[in-house]
Design a protein around this ligand. Sequence first.
Ligand SMILES: [Zn+2]
Length: 284
Amino acid sequence: MLLAGEVKGELARIQPARRCCRRAELLGLVHGSAGSELRTMDHATARTAVLLAASLGITVEAPRSVIGDGRSRSRGARHHLVVDVPATSLGSWSWPEAPECDRRAFLRGALLGSGSISFGRSGPHVEFVHRTADAAASLADLLVAMGVRPLRSERRGHHVIYLKGQDEIATLLGLVGANRGVLELETQRVGRDVRARLNRLVNAEEANLARTVEASDRQLAAIDRLEADGSLPRLSPALRDTAAFRRRMPDADLDTLAAALGVSRSAVNHRLRRIVELAAEQED
Ligand SMILES: [Zn+2]
């Protein structure tokens, strides 16, 4: 099972070759944060922001370490890293005009900055938490434009964009370059599908077997009755043969019996039914 942290680690290690993509990723990292500061609990993410900024010639201070995120101080101390990226140095960005490479880079930054990934028992989950409705709305628009269907909700005054379902999450991870994450999702999915199919097969097989055994029991009882009242030797050779083979092969299905007798499946079926009928007639 892949850990969410490994996916983020994989994303943080990606270093876009193009300058345009590096700027877009940095914008994604600070998307929705107050001013242009990135707050994260993840060291790799903070390092990525610093490296991206440096590669763009933007001077940023080393990440500051703060306790709590300024919103939930009362809920106990949580260690955060803060990277201040001067807003003016990034310039403006408008995704409708941005090339595909930059949209992907922006999404990768957003996933690292405000997103979280989990692979739970109930399936994968991805969400982005924003302080403002605007930030959430623009990210949702970008996701839609990239072929991912986001859902929205509010939680404790925060605006949450989340993805439900394997397909949506696999699409997003693919877009941002989390290839190991995509692979893991596929493996999990295949595992589940194969298990489900096997279960169905086993159930169907058991049902078939139960039907075969039930029918065979009925036929064997009929043969016993015909033998007990002395009518078995008087049956036609075809019926006598069939009765003899059924006794020899009590668990065989119709196909196996047909092969053994060298006749068609429907012929065997017809003969066995005839035997059961004759036994019932004797009974009356
Ligand atoms: Zn680019």
